[in-house]
Design a protein around this ligand. Sequence first.
Ligand code: F6P
Length: 523
Amino acid sequence: MALKSINPTQTNAWQSLKKHFADIKDAHLKKLFNDNSHRKEEFTINFNDFSIDFSKNTITQETVNQLIKLADEVDLKGAIEKYFSGEKINETEERAVLHSALRTQKNNPILVDGIDILPQIKSTLSKIKDFTNNVVSGAWKGYTNKKITDIVNVGIGGSDLGSDMVVDALKHYKNHLNIHFVSNIDGDHVKEIIKKLNPETTLFVIVSKTFTTQETLTNATTIRKWFLETADEKAIKKHFVAVSTNLKDVMAFGIEEENIFTMWNWVGGRFSLWSTVGLSISLAVGFDNFNQLLKGASEMDEHFKKASFDKNIPVILALIGIWYNNFFGSETEVILPYSHYLNKFPIYLQQASMESNGKSVDRKGNKVDYQTGSIIWGSAGTNAQHAFMQLIHQGTKLIPADFIGFEESLYGDKEHHQKLMANFYGQTQALAFGKTKEEVHLDLKFQGKIESIEKLLPFKVFEGNKPTNTILIKKLTPRNLGSLIAMYEQKIFVQGIIWNIYSFDQFGVELGKELAHKIYTEI
Ligand code: F6P
């Protein structure tokens, strides 16, 4: 076995954490801050343009120490080494897990089955670069000799969500090409998109690691038919390219070999935006920005590999997540980016996290008797404040939240940005410290509502003590976005290691696919 199989609940650290939990579970954040005036500095990690403040959690230094002992007891260190060095840690599919290799800035060989994969990665990157430059500059022409104006990415899941999220997040850096995403098998989705397009100036990027996914093949076939209503077969090579590991089926579909961008089995679909799957990102923002995205991710990987666990951002975030999930019994985590560009980030993270850690069988094949992956959800602040934040502030559920904000806005509008960030900080403070009876009393008195005090008081009290992480980043650049995505990818990895599950397969989605095929045949 590449990875050890250690039941986390049988470790000494887990037993100590259970006792510690009983001591600390009712501690109020207000008191924890009053007891230690250096709490914010002690529980903040700085890295490049990032500052991660995890002080507003129900933890003490003792909690962190014990959680780190848990990570040590399950041999997280050993697992990280195996992961980055290409051991086949995706054991149920007998694959290495090397999305980190796609973005490495180093030249040290990384071996898969005894072969160094870096030369293949570099040559693929240079193919992405040349193709991007050709299309963006207009050198690549359609079948009537016109420049390309529109790109349609056809894919689903990992072949859609990452690219769609990044293209949206980096809109500020975009060139003139219009990028569209077709994913759903709902024919109205594809029809809605192609109806506005001119086949002479549109390029279709068919993205499917397996090239067997029903949604993608159905959409690609519909598009091909629509394209051939005005063009002939020979024109296909100017308008269809594919990203896949399955060259045979792509060629059978009619796409030329030179228009195929390869990927590899050691890249999981939901971690593949760094590979040729990110071709639409490179086309949207140019290869240099795509490269910056890779660089930022690689910097986070280096931090993750080298920083001691107490100063290691993905490790600390993962451990805090486990603290709430397995000890406090929280079922969900909410992701709240205070940037409208990151509106799709929570949806992207849902697949990355829930398809990875939504497992209930441990690495020995036994059913687990403890909680694993959390439910991930969220949307952009401040819109979220006017939608679901009420439940987080005053509902009955404990929902740990990640607030992601930027020091600078991209267009530099000070007034908007100050208001946005005032809300960002205001929410984390309200969640942590709440509003006491005395404060509500004073407020109502001040407003001259003395006669309503008794009636309104219980409804206006905020208990507070709601945990948050404050992830503050200087600016939304391609490089910082790369680091942010990699931060969550590595958090997911750490949690999977501690929960003793296999994070890199996804058999849970197969049964639904099989049944859909069967029912379709019957229909
Ligand atoms: O939803 C299951 C899944 O296998 C994902 O893991 C993957 O990202 C998606 O389907 C698409 O797969 P493919 O790239 O092979 O079309």
